[in-house]
Design a protein around this ligand. Structure first.
Ligand code: HEC
Ligand code: CU
Length: 264
C-alpha cells in the first residue's frame, strides 16, 4: 500500500515538473558556430575599452528588420569582440579609413529570441523573449558572466526590441562626417568622450549634445536616470536645466563615459 502511494506521488511529481517552463538562462542558447555565415551588419570601434567588434545577424532577422517587421522566433544576433591593435603607448592603430585594426579575439556574446522565452524573468528585468549568453572564442559558455547586467543594459532599449544597434541592422545608420557645433552651450561627443567634460551654464539655459561618433551614445543623468533618445551619428539632444547645482551624467550605453553640467 505504501509502495503504491509512493509511485502515485512520483508520477504526480514528474507530471508537475514536465509542465513547468524549462528554466531561464544562458544555457538555452547554443553557440552559433556558423555565425560567419550570418549577415555581418556592422563593425564597431570601441574607444572606451579598445575593442573592435563585429555584429552578425541571422539572415531572417536582418530581412525582417529591413522590411519593418518584428524579428522572428529563432533570431540570433552575435557580437564578436576583438582586441584592437595598439601602438607602444597603447593607442589603437587605425586603417586608412580611420577604423580600428582587428587584434586577437576576446569572446563572443549572443542574444537569441524564441517564442515563449523570457516568461520566468521579473517584469523589470525581462527583455521580451530574448535570452543572452557569453562564450569564449572557442564556444564555451561563460557561466560567470554578469547575465543580469545584459538584461539591465539592454532593457532601456525596449522600444527597439532591446537591440542597441538596431539602426545599423536596419541599414539606416547615418554615415559621413558630422559638423560639430561650437557655441558655448554645446557638448560634442567624439571618440567616446564628452567635450567639454564639464560645462557651466546659467539657470534656465539649455545644453545641446551632438554625437560625432559612428557608435550611438545616450545622455543619461546620473541622479534622475533620465535618458535622452539613443543618439545616432549626427543626432543631437537638447535639455534645459532650471535649478542650480551640478548635474553629473554618463552615457547610457557606455557607462564609463562621464560628464557634468554645472548650473550657477
Ligand atoms: C554597459 C551596457 C551593456 C551591457 C552590460 C551589455 N551590453 Fe550588449 N550591447 C551594448 C551596446 C552599447 C551595444 C552596441 C554595440 C557596441 O557598442 O558594441 C551592445 C550590443 C549587443 C549585441 C548586438 C545586438 C545589439 O543589441 O546591438 C549583443 C548580441 C549583445 N550586446 C549581447 C550582450 C550580452 C550577452 C551581454 C551580457 C553578457 C551584454 N550584451 C551586456 C551594451 C551593453
Ligand atoms: Cu556612449
Amino acid at each position: 500500500m505504501r509502495d503504491r502511494a509512493f509511485i502515485v506521488l512520483m508520477l504526480t511529481l514528474s507530471i508537475v515538473l514536465a509542465a513547468l517552463p524549462s528554466s531561464a538562462g544562458p544555457e538555452k542558447i547554443a553557440f552559433p558556430a556558423n555565425y560567419q555565415n550570418h549577415v555581418l551588419y556592422a563593425t564597431v570601434d570601441r574607444y572606451d575599452n579598445k575593442q573592435y567588434r563585429e555584429l552578425y545577424g541571422t539572415p531572417e532577422a536582418v530581412k525582417a528588420v529591413r522590411e519593418g517587421k518584428p524579428m522572428p522566433s529563432g533570431s540570433v544576433l552575435t557580437l564578436v569582440q576583438y582586441k584592437a591593435q595598439v601602438d607602444a603607448a597603447g593607442t589603437p592603430l587605425k586603417d586608412a579609413n580611420g577604423r580600428f585594426l582587428k587584434g586577437d579575439i576576446v569572446g563572443v556574446t549572443v542574444m537569441e529570441k524564441r517564442t515563449g522565452w523570457g516568461t520566468e524573468y521579473p517584469i523589470d528585468l525581462r527583455n521580451g523573449e530574448w535570452e543572452y549568453a557569453a562564450f569564449s572564442a572557442d564556444g564555451k559558455l561563460n557561466d560567470k558572466a554578469n547575465y543580469p547586467g545584459c538584461f539591465q543594459c539592454h532593457k532601456p532599449h525596449e522600444k527597439q526590441d532591446f537591440v542597441i544597434s538596431l539602426a545599423r541592422l536596419a541599414g539606416k545608420a547615418p554615415g559621413g562626417p558630422v559638423a560639430m557645433k561650437t557655441s558655448p552651450n554645446d557638448v560634442g561627443i567624439a571618440g567616446f568622450v564628452f567635450g567639454p567634460a564639464k560645462l557651466t551654464i546659467g539657470p534656465g539655459q539649455s545644453v545641446t549634445w551632438t554625437n560625432g561618433d559612428d557608435s550611438p551614445h545616450q545622455v543619461t543623468l546620473a541622479k534622475s536616470q533620465e535618458r535622452s533618445a539613443v543618439l545616432l551619428k549626427g543626432q543631437s539632444h537638447t535639455q534645459a536645466f532650471a535649478a542650480p547645482g551640478v548635474y553629473e551624467y554618463m552615457c547610457g550605453l557606455h557607462p564609463n563615459m562621464k560628464g557634468a553640467i554645472e548650473v550657477k
